[in-house]
Design a protein around this ligand. Structure first.
Ligand code: V1S
Ligand code: CA
Ligand code: ZN
Length: 393
């Protein structure tokens, strides 16, 4: 008989209140919306619930450059400086010259064409995102959980000294660095519609982390990296796996490819622990991504990885149709505790009004053209299998 898994869940009420700006697509409210559904559908009582703490500067500097972290931690938006000035407040601890230094902003990726805007509380937001991912790793290390979830994490683009693609601090890299203190081999899986470039880059030259990213690729799709033949360097040669795909991936083709690739990865790499970034911008009708996955299809990837009975850290990531993000991550929290959530959105959900006419968990999706032919997908799989033949374990 299968024993019940201990599932830990990290959440902090504050995280949903941060705001990237009116026109920005990244909306932290989706984390609070997910939480409300988890409570409303009654999954909460099957979880060990932890309040997320803020990661410390020292923890963040395990990966990021000190000057970059200092810059983020001292960041005050110009609108806040204006407000403080107008109200005659002294501005202690603010070196205005540094704050408004355009060169520095450019150097650190802040405000560059608005992907990573400077907003009030961006450092605390990043500390909360990272604190959950670090403590998720610690619970796994201490055998206090089999599965640990942090929907506020998964910000896979942040670089050592630069914000990138809506991400300021790479909570995933820091989580993996914690795991590497104890475990010899960590497997990182990324089903966000974007390439997990920041995580891949951080571990590109080591065989102690295998990174596997499934992503949309081509026609200037962000970030443009993650080609089939980017496979790692030095000791890390063959330990970076990329699955570049065209728009329109549907449940049938995606889940089959995912299972085939991951089955082979598990066979050859035999990781001690898996870190799974489950970005929900690979769902149908996302505002950025062009895949056509249903919530059930997305969830099948997670269920498949649960089947290997290897400790699992589950993180969030992208997702820009926020009602679908919360539906998906609440459903997946259910899957992790073996509950198959279904039916209407609870009427007392504080975000009920946002689900409008489609007040159900599973929304129908339209058929769109899958631009990946069976032949294309077979070729990709064949190439990856060839690469994995050269992995020594
Ligand atoms: N695609 C896309 C896209 N859209 C935006 C955007 C839209 C509205 C805004 F107010 C601000 C930005 N940015 C992008 C992408 C970045 C996608 C990041 C995905 C993050 C993740 O889901 O993987 C993980 C959380 N940026 C670009 O395409 C770059 C630009 C080339 C175009 C957009 N402008 C704003 C910046 C330069
Ligand atoms: Ca990905
Ligand atoms: Zn994404």
């Amino acid at each position: 008989m299968e024993t019940k898994k201990k599932v830990a869940y990290f959440y902090n009420n504050e995280i949903g209140n941060y705001n990237y700006g009116k026109l920005h697509l990244m909306n932290p409210k989706r984390i609070s919306m997910t939480h409300s559904l988890i409570v409303g559908y009654g999954v909460y009582k099957d979880l060990d619930v932890y309040t997320t703490r803020e990661a410390t500067k020292e923890e963040i500097m395990q990966f990021h450059d000190q000057d970059y972290v200092e810059y983020l931690s001292n960041y005050v938006s110009s609108s806040k400086i204006d407000f403080l000035k107008k109200n005659g407040c002294s501005i202690p601890l603010i070196d205005e010259d540094a704050k408004n230094d355009c060169d520095k902003k450019k150097q650190y990726g802040i405000d560059v064409q608005a992907d990573c805007p400077g907003f009030d509380g961006l450092y605390t937001f990043s500390q909360l995102s990272t604190g959950g991912s670090i403590d998720a790793a610690h619970l796994i290390i201490n055998n206090a959980a089999d599965i640990a979830i942090n929907w506020g994490g998964g910000l896979h683009h942040a670089k050592k000294g630069e914000a990138y693609g809506f991400c300021y601090v790479n909570d995933i890299v820091i989580c993996i660095l914690e795991l590497l203190k104890v475990f010899p081999r960590v497997l990182y899986i990324d089903i966000d519609v974007h390439h997990g470039d920041g995580v891949e880059e951080a571990f590109y030259t080591t065989n102690r982390v295998m990174t596997v990213s499934f992503h949309e690729f081509g026609e200037d799709f962000f970030p443009g990296t993650g080609g089939l033949n980017s496979n790692g360097e030095g000791l890390g040669k063959n330990y970076a796996v990329n699955v570049p795909l065209r728009p329109g991936m549907d449940d049938e083709s995606y889940v089959q490819l995912f299972k085939n690739v991951m089955n082979k990865v598990m066979e050859v790499y035999r990781p001690d622990v898996v870190v799974f970034q489950t970005g929900a911008d690979s769902l149908a009708n996302d505002k950025i991504g062009h895949f056509n996955l249903s919530i059930k299809g997305h969830g099948q990837c997670l269920t498949y990885m649960m089947g290997f009975n290897v400790p699992l850290v589950v993180l969030g990531g992208g997702g820009y149709t926020i009602q679908n993000v919360s539906r998906c991550w609440a459903f997946e929290t259910g899957l992790l505790v073996k509950k198959n959530l279904n039916g209407p959105i609870p009427v007392d959900d504080p975000f009920f009004h946002l689900y409008e006419k489609q007040n159900v968990l599973h929304v129908p999706i339209q058929q769109v053209e899958n631009k990946n032919s069976k032949e294309d997908l077979n070729k990709i799989q064949e190439e990856i299998f060839k690469q994995l033949k050269d992995v020594e374990c």
